[in-house]
Design a binder for this molecule. Structure first.
Ligand code: UD1
Ligand code: MG
Length: 460
């Protein structure tokens, strides 16, 4: 990129009057992520010198959401009354750096991706342009500003849909709502936009002002019209959900990720998925989750900010939070991994197992119905069904240490703090309260009695 700073102006002040939601449209979610979060997640990748968000209608909601995105160098400009995109940009001009490149984006086009923006910036710089706009050729042009050109195909003006003559309505090229402009020229000419017959100041009128002043105006045409879906009406909003799903699906296919049901797959922006991963229906991947090669995530799985190593299998109805899982490990079905676990390679965690803040080393097995908390477990350990590490006495939490190759019999209660020495065994149904030396058996069992000829009580 050029030596000039990049400043971004994101227009988010509008009233969303056509949507009739009584909320700023930029805070509406599309498949779990709001328009604003989507825009900022993208713009962050440009590492701009500053980003100015123009707010107005219910501005506190927009400011709060923008702040929650942990976005660097963000500033806010207030547009008191929503009298057009030109007026909105004018509110930001005093915050814009001199001699910078300004990227102006509408807040209601959440699918403009980083490649499109970079492509537009390159075109702006290559042409040594004063003003570059992005255009597209959507199947449905209604609602978009139409591009007017002269006989030499030079950009002349933009006419808004509602102001188009019947002839202009037939124009297929539309304004996509992405503008690159020299900051000094923006500051100089923004005040020249006149109030129009709708009592609004249109940013799009700046094109013709530049043309009339002999300044170089260019356009870049973007092929994939879906990137410029503009959310004005309820139908647009509904359609945006489908477009988003399609993008996620296409991206997965391109990267050899097999989605069994794109309609029920949800993924946060920062989630990383490697090649040859299978994802079943109803899967939610959140936060900083990373899924490595050849992982299989079967249906109805929730994973938040966790790492899943190569070739591991996550069976249905499993929840994994803030944990790391090694390679070739098998988790679930019906498994709850709460935050703070380090589960290593070739481990098996079976059904109805809850694990919290524990280290489970290689090749250990916790196959059924157990609670393991605040535990360090060695390699090759076998935990029998119904084992509980009793880590809490109602006041404090205590640790359990289970060394390599221990065999814990079913239904053992381990009253922490406790250590089971290497290669030791516990008898099924035992309640152990003190450290068990290596190679020994720990058993607490009352003597079994058999009473012969026992008569069952009759119900009568
Ligand atoms: C705008 C363009 C149109 C283009 C389309 C592409 C103008 C005049 N028209 O139309 O040529 O084809 O985008 O998406 O710019 N906003 C404010 N303050 C205001 C008005 C709007 O901040 O006073 C914000 C809105 O919140 C929105 C963005 O600006 O995020 C665009 O406004 P919108 O009303 O959606 O413009 P369109 O009619 O879609
Ligand atoms: Mg719009």
């Amino acid at each position: 990129m050029s030596k000039r700073n990049l400043n971004i102006v994101l227009l988010c002040a509008g009233k969303s009057s056509r949507l009739k939601f009584n909320l700023p449209k930029v805070i509406l979610p599309i498949n779990g992520k709001t328009l604003l979060e989507r825009s900022l997640a993208n713009l962050r990748k440009l590492d701009p010198k500053k980003t100015i968000i123009v707010t107005g209608f219910k501005k506190d909601l927009v400011v709060d959401m923008a702040r929650s995105c942990n976005y660097k160098n963000i500033e806010f400009a207030n547009q008191k009354s929503q009298i057009g995109t030109g007026h909105a940009v004018k509110q930001a001009t005093s915050l814009i750096d001199k001699n910078s490149i300004v990227l102006i984006l509408n807040g209601d086009t959440p699918f403009v991706d980083i490649d499109t923006i970079k492509q537009s910036i390159s075109s702006y710089l290559k042409n040594n342009s004063a003003f570059t706009i992005a255009t597209s050729f959507p199947k449905e042009v209604q609602g978009y500003g139409r591009i007017l050109r002269d006989n030499d195909n030079q950009l002349l003006d933009i006419v808004e849909d509602k102001d188009c003559s019947s002839e202009q309505k037939l124009i297929k090229e539309v304004n996509a709502g992405l503008y690159l402009i020299d900051s000094n020229l923006l500051k100089k000419y923004i005040g020249k936009i006149k109030k129009n017959k709708n009592s609004e100041y249109y940013l799009t009128d700046l094109i013709n002002i530049f043309v009339r002043n002999g300044l170089r105006v260019d356009s870049i045409s973007i092929k994939d019209e879906r990137k410029f879906v503009n959310i004005n009406t309820f139908d647009d909003y509904k359609y945006a959900h489908d477009v988003d799903k399609m993008f996620v699906y296409e991206n997965c296919i391109k990267n050899d990720i097999f989605l069994s049901d794109p309609n029920t797959f949800q993924k946060d922006f920062d989630v990383k998925i490697s090649k040859n991963v299978y994802i079943g229906p109803n899967v939610i991947l959140k936060g900083s989750t990373e899924i490595k090669e050849n992982v299989r995530i079967e249906g109805s799985v929730y994973i938040d900010s966790s790492y899943i190593g190569k070739g591991s299998i996550i069976k249905p109805f499993t929840s994994i939070e803030e944990s790391t899982i090694g390679s070739m490990t098998r988790i679930g079905p019906f498994c709850n991994l709460r935050p703070g676990n380090k589960i290593k390679d070739k481990v098996k965690i079976g059904n109805f197992v809850e694990i919290k803040k524990s280290i489970i080393n290689k090749k250990s097995k916790i196959s059924h119905h157990s609670y393991i908390g605040d535990t360090e477990m060695g390699t090759g350990v076998n935990i029998g069904a119904g084992t509980i590490t009793c880590n809490y006495d109602g006041f404090d939490k205590y640790k359990t240490i289970i060394e390599n190759d221990v065999f814990v019999g079913s239904d053992t209660m381990l009253i922490a703090p406790i250590k089971l020495g290497e290669n030791s065994t516990t008898g099924a149904g035992s309640v152990l309260t003190s450290d068990l030396p290596p190679n020994s058996l720990g058993i607490t069992r009352i003597k079994e009695r058999h009473i012969k000829n026992w008569k069952k009580k009759s119900k009568k």
